[in-house]
Every structure is written in C-alpha cells, then in structure tokens.
Design a protein around this ligand. Structure first.
Ligand SMILES: C[S@@+](CC[C@H](N)C(=O)[O-])C[C@H]1O[C@@H](n2cnc3c(N)ncnc32)[C@H](O)[C@@H]1O
Length: 265
C-alpha cells in the first residue's frame, strides 16, 4: 500500500463511527418497520470517495471494513445496503477488486457493491433511493477538493439522512492560505472553517488531531457531520471527539491561519 494516513487511531475511529452509524440505522429500520411508521429508511448507502487499494491483513482499508460491517448489520436487521466505491487510480482499483474478491460476488438480494474506477466528482450523478440512511467517507491524501463534493451532496434532499466523515489535513489547508494561494479545485475557499461550515449538516464533531504515519509533520483530523441528534451520546467525548465551537483551544487554532489568530485575518 502507498504511504498513507491510515494510522491505528484513524482505523479505530473509522470503525467506531461506522459501527455507530450503521447499527443505529439498522435499529431505526427495524423499529419503524414494526410500527409501520412513515419515513422508514429504505436502505443504507455507503459512499467511499477515496477507496484506496484495500489495505492489508491487520490494516484493511475502509471499503473492506464497510462491507464487513454492513454484512453484519444486514444479518441482524435485514437492512439492505448499497455500496459505492470510487478509486481513480487503475492499479489501486485493481488491487482493491482482488482483495474484495468473493464479497463482490456474494451480495444479498436487494443489495449492491459498485466499484467505479474514476474521479469521485462524478458522485453528484449517483442515483440513490429516497429515504436512504448512510455515510459518505472522504479520506484524501490532502487538499480540500472533498469540501466541494460534500457541500454539493449535503444540499441534496436525498442526502439529508446520510452522514459524512472526512479525514482532513488542516495543515495543508492552512499552508495554502498562508502562501496566499487560491485553491484551484475548491470553490468554497481555503479556510477549514469555511470548508466545514458550508456543508449543510446540523451537527459537527471533530476528533483530536492525529499525526500521520512515519513521524510526518502533517496533522490529520477526523470530522463527522450529521443531522441525526440521536447519534450523539457521551461516548464521543470519551474518545476525544469535540464540538467544533467548544473544542479545546488547539482545535480552534487548527481552523485558523496565524494571521487570523493574530486578529488580522
Ligand atoms: C488515503 S488513500 C485512501 C485510503 C482508504 N480510505 C483506506 O482506508 O485504505 C486515498 C486514495 O484516494 C485515491 N484518490 C485520490 N483522489 C481521488 C479522486 N479525486 N477520486 C477518486 N479517488 C481518488 C488515491 O488514488 C488513493 O488510493
């Protein structure tokens, strides 16, 4: 696997968030179905915008973890799932396909796993079912292109119950700002605050930043966005997830350039 930001903390937190979102969706599905309630979820949609090559034993990548978890949730709650994996590099996509192997062939009836070997900006054309719950995951190598994509999806009514998780690199965003460069691919602007605040979700949690692999100077922070209040129990704080506005000072600092911190930004 290429040099990545797949630190043990990130892997653990991705699993934690994915479990929370998927099992909550399963429980809601069963409850609403039994009570014949309106707005019963139709399915769970998982979209991986940066799928990678599948990882390796002991360090499986996000698509493998997602497929395993959704298969378990299906067993327990019979919640149908649709998985959409984007990977633009042919070599990585080929390896991912081999790693997924049988999982791609043995999908339960009414479920699907789709691998797209192309740029993820195509995701805005994806057809998804009304009433879907789910998660969109963005795990880029850096930059802020993901913000434009997440913004576009978040204002689409079909994504109202689909949560968003991004592993972002505040340092790279800040570095662009510091150099006073215009980000050529992100329409929103280059401040972390802007990138996040423009995404149309009611609640936002930020995990304490992590330093990347191999003593990299880059810091990485997971950000979770959702409209579902019931997801937010006390567990989040225990695992060092904070609200953007009342997070410890270093998280607030992450969102700003030195110029802004000095009061002239
Ligand atoms: C950090 S890795 C993803 C790791 C993966 N989430 C995992 O858990 O193993 C980023 C991947 O995104 C791919 N990628 C980068 N830009 C992309 C884009 N615009 N569309 C689709 N894939 C992209 C890269 O080729 C790379 O394989």
């Amino acid at each position: 696997m290429k040099e990545s930001t797949w630190s043990p903390n990130k892997k653990r937190e991705f699993r934690r968030v994915f479990d929370k979102v998927a099992y909550t969706a399963g429980a809601i599905f069963v409850k609403k179905q039994h009570m014949l309630l309106e707005h019963t979820p139709t399915c769970f949609v998982y979209i991986d915008l940066y799928s990678g090559d599948g990882g390796h034993p002991g360090g499986w990548g996000s698509p493998v973890i997602a497929i395993e978890t959704l298969a378990a949730v299906y067993e327990k709650f019979a919640l149908p799932y649709h998985i959409h994996l984007y990977e633009k590099e042919t070599v990585d996509a080929k390896r991912l396909k081999i790693i997924l192997g049988k999982a791609l062939e043995h999908v339960p009836k009414g479920c699907s796993i789709n691998l797209y070997v192309r740029d993820n900006d195509d995701v805005v054309n994806l057809q998804i079912l009304d009433g879907a719950m789910g998660l969109v995951y963005a795990d880029p190598y850096g930059g802020c292109e993901w913000a434009k994509v997440l913004l576009a999806l978040s204002v689409d009514k079909k994504y109202e119950k689909i949560d968003m998780l991004v592993d972002l690199n505040p340092s790279s965003i800040k570095r662009n700002q510091g150099k006073n460069q215009k980000c050529t691919t992100c329409l929103i602007g280059t401040s972390l605050d802007n990138c996040i605040n423009n995404i149309d979700k009611e609640f936002c949690k930020v995990r304490e930043p992590d330093v990347g692999e191999r003593h990299s100077i880059w810091q990485w922070a997971l950000v979770f966005l959702s409209n579902n209040r019931t997801l937010f129990d006390t567990e989040w704080k225990k695992h060092r997830w904070y609200n953007m506005k009342d997070s410890p000072i270093r998280l607030q600092k992450l969102a700003k350039t030195n110029k802004e911190l000095a009061g002239c930004g």
